[in-house]
Design a protein around this ligand. Structure first.
Ligand SMILES: Nc1ncnc2c1ncn2[C@@H]1O[C@H](COP(=O)(O)OP(=O)(O)OP(=O)(O)O)[C@@H](O)[C@H]1O
Length: 279
């Protein structure tokens, strides 16, 4: 679905990606995780063709992102972290922007808006919505756009607790075998049980791009009284140490995303070699 090869990207003199490669397969909801400043938003902008690299290629369904062809743009929806909504009523926005996406489904759009407790027929202008309402509006629009690829940058930022649950429900409802969603987020709890595989961006490279099944087959989480020198990562809590080690049991465990992220960042290439040996 998305293929990035040998991508070199920099802002002025600051190199962000060097020789970055990424292969994203159709029909999955990917979680794109990484520390602040790792380049998650930049990567989504490169995929959507809004930023050009110094070198390398990026293609979505074999069409280069950088040409921004109409056939490419009408099949991709990108929701940036910061966005603008014009002073239009919802019905006006729907007519103006829904027309850009041949597979846009107005009925589903209204259904998703209602799920988010937004009245599709209200007269209020979108620019007057609160931040959370604006976000929900664009999420509903993106999910109803019918595009093959959805790029969502921090989609749950600004959403209240019930809306986060509704978001997970709507994403599951709108997902299909020929759709791919990439969600960049720090709010891993908000997308737990939704994302699989997980992509970790670190130090200008894709450190990691693996399914939860492979991850759980290779990593084991236990709570122990003592620290373990063999641990890939350990974290002290009220009940002792949460310890992540190599899974030697042959049974699939279950690691939560926050612990996984901390483990990957703490152990770097060690974990990459451990897990990627299967691939
Ligand atoms: N327009 C720009 N000009 C110059 N540098 C930029 C620009 N946009 C981003 N950067 C820099 O590129 C790096 C990556 O930024 P980016 O926003 O892609 O990271 P991120 O992983 O999305 O971060 P966060 O998790 O904090 O949102 C940062 O060091 C940032 O300062």
């Amino acid at each position: 679905m998305v293929n990035i090869e040998n991508l070199n990207f920099r802002y002025g003199k600051n190199v962000l990606f060097s020789n970055l490669r990424l292969n994203v397969k159709e029909g999955n909801i990917y979680g794109l995780l990484g520390k602040n400043g790792a380049g998650k938003s930049t990567l989504l902008k490169v995929i959507s063709g809004m930023l050009y690299p110094e070198e390398g290629s990026c293609a979505v369904k074999n069409i280069s992102s950088f040409k921004r062809l109409p056939s490419f743009l009408e099949d991709l929806y990108y929701l940036p972290e910061e966005f603008y909504l014009p002073p239009l009523k919802s019905s006006e926005y729907e007519i103006m922007f829904g027309g850009l996406y041949p597979n846009f489904d107005g009925e589903k759009f209204h259904e998703y808006l209602k799920e988010f407790e937004i009245d599709p027929h209200m007269d209020k202008r979108l620019s007057k919505f609160s931040l959370g309402q604006k976000k929900k509006y664009l999420l509903a629009f993106g999910l109803a756009s019918g595009t093959s690829l959805l790029l969502l940058d921090e989609p749950t930022n600004g959403l209240d607790i019930p809306s986060k649950r509704q978001f997970r429900r709507l994403v599951s409802m709108a997902m299909s075998d020929n759709r791919t969603i990439i969600i960049s987020t720090h709010q891993v709890k908000d997308v737990e049980n939704l994302i699989d595989p997980v992509i970790i961006l670190d130090d200008g490279q894709i450190l990691f791009n693996e399914s939860m099944e492979v991850i759980n087959r290779n990593l084991r989480v236990t709570v122990e009284k003592e620290e373990n020198p063999e641990a890939l990562y350990s974290e002290e809590g009220l009940n002792g140490y949460t310890i992540v080690t190599r899974n030697e049991t042959g049974e699939e465990g279950e690691i939560d995303l926050e612990i996984l992220f901390n483990t990957i960042v703490a152990s770097g290439s060690k974990i990459k070699n451990l897990i990627s040996r299967e691939v």
